[in-house]
Design a protein around this ligand. Structure first.
Ligand SMILES: Cc1cc2nc3c(=O)[nH]c(=O)nc-3n(C[C@H](O)[C@H](O)[C@H](O)COP(=O)(O)OP(=O)(O)OC[C@H]3O[C@@H](n4cnc5c(N)ncnc54)[C@H](O)[C@@H]3O)c2cc1C
Length: 462
């Protein structure tokens, strides 16, 4: 695709739509919107615009489409694979000022929000209603960015990912047209499911300007435990058994000993350095949860569980969860100068123990300086961060090979190259292998909705 660079007259036109204090070509703003939280190379936009109204988004897109200027939506820039980096320059639409919570409908368990709302703020605001929006990627992500990446998190094992918690979207298409997809009913058999076409489309098919989200009740009781094992594989087997037994965990997180080492070092938690499962259950009464916890302990003990510590108090649980959320960042901060690759595969739950063993062995054989295995184990999602010293090209090449072989193994087991971070730049290389001929149909959908390719160009397709 050929794109035009932004000219003075384009900027002047945008100034007729959005007031000048919400438009910037300043160096620092361009820099701030040139990189996300991944290590992918920065690429600056030519202008950053902060829309507040859907009509502004619509008019900017209609103009950009006509002038063939790229437009990339920006939430909080917390993506991990380069999703919002404006590879071809152009306009970045930053949604942080379009952040109104429009209507909470408590009796329907629903809320209407604008895309720039940060999900943590939403949950703080909802607290008094006894409801919450369950997808929780941990970082200060916006609802628009979560919808675009189909983000998930620690509680997805029970409550689903973003796609399971979005009912209706108002979208602005590449040509500026505004459409509404989905509805406020909790079920529907009506028409093609355009709603879920847009969820996970990484700002490449349209821009979210409003969303109706599904809410769930805050649990009456929470019980959590930490279990340590002899090997990561045994911990993986316990995960499989807990899911198979139908215990319905609200969190089931795996952390290899190297991860516990980092957590202890940076958060001073004094946890035993061993393969560890953190689990949480939600339920109506303490008695019910005591019974569930007893069964979970039995299943863990059958898999060489060394220590099972139930009954974590709220403070300890929050500290552990906070540390788990920040683990990726802590690993990066621990050795900032290293070259690292971050893997995010997901597999059917029965394949989980074998997948962990494979990833671990591959990292060992590659001679990586460090390898950290962790993940939302209850969803079959494995994160593996492998590092080498910068400048060690041979090992660098080998860990890229590990990335490929771990993804290939996941795909061979009918899993996916990315469980939650999305495709962006980092996973585009695997799209052909994962989707085969259906990738061509994805390209046709893109062509239909965005014929001039202005929306977040350069992503997803290899
Ligand atoms: C410490 C840390 C932990 C994380 N843990 C998790 C995790 O557990 N699970 C998980 O899923 N992710 C995780 N992430 C990744 C990240 O938080 C999510 O991918 C999140 O959804 C990104 O949201 P954002 O608002 O930052 O979006 P951005 O990064 O700004 O953008 C993401 C994508 O959405 C598009 N976009 C943004 N707004 C809109 C809009 N209004 N309309 C259309 N497209 C739009 C962008 O163009 C881009 O393609 C983590 C990140 C960090 C830094």
């Amino acid at each position: 695709m050929e794109f035009n660079t932004l000219k003075a007259e384009d900027k002047s036109y945008i100034e007729t739509i959005v007031s000048s204090e919400r438009i910037s070509t300043g160096e620092s703003n361009l820099d701030l919107h040139s990189r996300d939280m991944s290590g992918h190379r920065a690429s600056r936009p030519e202008v950053v615009v902060w829309p507040k109204q859907r009509a502004e988004v619509s008019r900017i897109l209609a103009y950009a489409d006509q002038r063939r200027i790229p437009v990339t939506a920006w939430g909080a820039g917390t993506s991990l694979v380069g999703n919002p980096i404006p590879l071809h320059g152009g306009i970045v639409l930053d949604f942080t000022q379009m952040d109104r919570m429009l209507e909470i409908r408590q009796d329907d368990f629903q809320v209407d929000v604008e895309p720039g709302v940060i999900y943590k703020d939403l949950n703080r605001k909802l607290r008094h209603t006894g409801l919450f929006f369950p997808p929780d990627p941990g970082a200060d992500a916006t609802i628009g960015g979560m919808i675009a990446n189909n983000a998930s998190g620690i509680r997805t094992v029970r409550y689903g990912s973003t796609k399971d918690n979005v009912l209706r979207l108002v979208m602005v298409l590449a040509n500026g047209e505004v459409i509404e997809v989905g509805n406020r009913a909790t079920k529907s058999s009506s028409g093609f499911d355009l709603l879920h076409l847009f969820v996970g489309s990484e700002g490449m098919l349209g821009i979210v300007v409003e969303a109706t989200l599904r809410l769930v009740g805050l649990p009456a009781e929470i019980a959590s435990a930490v279990a340590t094992f002899q090997t990561v594989e045994e911990a993986g087997k316990a995960v499989f058994e807990i899911i198979r037994a139908g215990l319905d965990p609200a969190a089931l997180e795996l952390m290899a000993p190297e991860c516990i080492g980092i957590i202890n070092k940076q958060k001073n938690l004094g946890l035993p350095i061993a393969p560890t499962l953190f689990m949480e259950f939600h339920g109506p009464t303490k008695n019910q949860l005591t019974e569930v916890m007893g069964i979970a302990e039995g299943l863990c003990r059958e898999h060489s569980c060394q220590e099972f510590r139930p009954g974590l108090e709220r403070e300890e649980r929050d500290l552990l969860l906070e540390a788990r959320y920040a683990l990726g960042d802590m690993i990066r901060q621990d050795k900032p100068d290293r070259f690292r690759i971050s893997i995010d595969v997901a597999v059917p739950i029965s394949a989980y123990p074998e997948m962990i063993a494979f990833a671990k062995e591959q990292a060992r054989e590659a001679g990586a300086a460090a390898a950290y295995i962790f993940g939302h184990a209850g969803d079959g999602n494995i994160h593996l961060i492998i590092e080498t010293e910068k400048g060690n090209r041979e090992t660098g090449q080998r860990i890229k090979e590990v990335h490929r072989s771990v993804v290939q193994k996941a795909l061979a087991g009918k899993g996916t190259a990315t469980g939650e971070h999305g495709v962006g730049i980092g996973k585009a290389q695997f799209m052909e292998a994962e989707h085969g001929p259906s990738l061509e149909w994805m390209k046709k959908v893109k062509q239909l909705l965005d014929p001039h390719g202005i929306l977040n160009p350069g992503k997803m397709f290899p």
